[in-house]
Ligand binder design. Structure first.
Ligand code: CA
Length: 379
């Protein structure tokens, strides 16, 4: 089996940077949707795909191991570059084989198969809202517009041990496979996507049309689509490998945008350093207990949890190892934790809700505040 391929990625209408990337390197095809401050999202998605591409050159066949390798590459890079801490990415990786496709998947990018006019979702979103859909607390339509729809329960760049979904699907000539980032699916419902895929026979034109439709629908996020039209024949290993993102084509960020960001960070950094020393002491003990690699992980993690009955932001991970807390308090609030945890969406608060950055953790707190206000005015 081989594929005629179309691919397109676009920054969208409201974002300034494209943190998405795709890979077309027969027989491997992938989409990655990066996240993280500064350049983190772009770096993470590209690094993940470059790692996949290298593994392909090495002739490695294990897709799950390839995804885990990409995860380690993202973690290592984030640990060595302060500006990239907390970066992460989704990765949906497909390999085309003789009579089947094999998909390794983490995050909320998606793979679909169009067969005989029916569009079938082949991947499961690793998001909090999807978990709520599965528990019957939200409908898929509500999930698509939920304010917290982009909170991931799994991503590359978060922890060393990564759970990867691996699924096989039969494939036959005439099948059309779509890989896409959530910038497409958060705007277009499945029936709208199916309508374009059924109507437009040319894979590249279908990609372009889907991107245009998502932009016409507001384009709130980066949009990436890869379409594979499966046809008889041998794979074409000579096909040029491509790791693409429109971000690379854009002009680099201007210096005046970068300077204030660095200046703002100088003051908190001193306090952060003192905390870091405490961290290193605590963590050295842990390292001594054979938790190698934990320091890099812990110091780049954030979560929202409970401190003395109120919502609070912590650095680290919400756990203890042999009596050593792997977290430290960063900010207290006056939001009563028990009231927030009663809201359906925040019931995991007591166990800690992880965030990809300190900024993201504060956004979560602000959202809790708004949700609590909303609850107060409606009840
Ligand atoms: Ca996205």
């Amino acid at each position: 089996m081989r594929a005629n391929v179309g691919a397109s990625t676009d920054v969208g209408v409201t974002r300034e940077q494209n943190e998405d990337a795709y890979l077309v390197a027969a027989p491997l095809y992938a989409v990655a949707d990066g996240m993280g401050g500064h350049q983190g999202g772009e770096v993470a998605s590209r690094l993940a795909l470059e790692t996949v591409e290298h593994r392909l050159e090495d002739g490695d066949a294990d897709l799950v191991e390839t995804v885990r390798n990409a995860n380690r590459a993202v973690l290592d890079q984030a640990a060595t570059d302060e500006g990239l801490e907390g970066m992460g990415t989704t990765l949906t990786l497909l390999r085309l084989e003789d009579d089947r496709i094999r998909i390794a998947h983490v995050g909320d990018s998606r793979a679909y198969r169009l067969r005989d006019g029916d569009l079938e979702l082949l991947t499961e979103d690793h998001t909090l809202v999807n978990r709520m859909v599965q528990e019957g607390k939200l409908t898929p339509a509500e999930a698509r517009i939920h304010p917290h729809r982009s909170i991931l329960t799994r991503a590359l760049g978060v922890e060393g041990r990564l759970e990867v979904d691996l699924r096989d699907h039969d494939a036959r000539p005439g099948d059309r496979i779509l890989l896409c980032s959530d910038g497409l699916t958060s705007v277009l419902a499945d029936d709208r996507i199916a309508e374009v895929l059924v109507r437009e026979a040319d894979p590249q034109r279908a990609c372009d049309e889907l991107v245009a439709a998502a932009n016409a629908g507001g384009g709130p996020d980066n949009i990436t689509v890869v379409i594979l039209d499966l046809v008889e024949g041998d794979g074409d290993p000579a096909q040029a490998a491509t790791v693409a993102s429109t971000a690379a084509d854009e002009e680099p960020a201007e210096g005046e945008q970068e300077e204030p960001a660095l200046a703002d960070e100088a003051a908190p950094r001193r306090g952060r350093r003192r905390r870091l020393i405490l961290w290193v002491l605590a963590v050295l003990v842990v390292l001594g207990l054979a938790f190698a690699g934990m320091r890099a992980y812990v110091s780049t993690q954030w979560f929202v949890g409970v401190h003395e009955g109120n919502v609070a932001v912590f650095q680290g991970i919400p756990t203890e190892v042999l009596g050593y807390e792997l977290y430290s308090l960063v900010e207290e609030t006056d939001l009563p934790a028990d009231q927030v945890a009663q809201l359906d969406f925040w019931k995991e608060l007591p166990g800690g809700i992880t965030a990809s950055s300190e900024e993201r953790a504060h956004e979560l707190v602000e959202q809790m505040e708004r949700d609590l206000e909303g609850e107060r005015t409606t009840t």
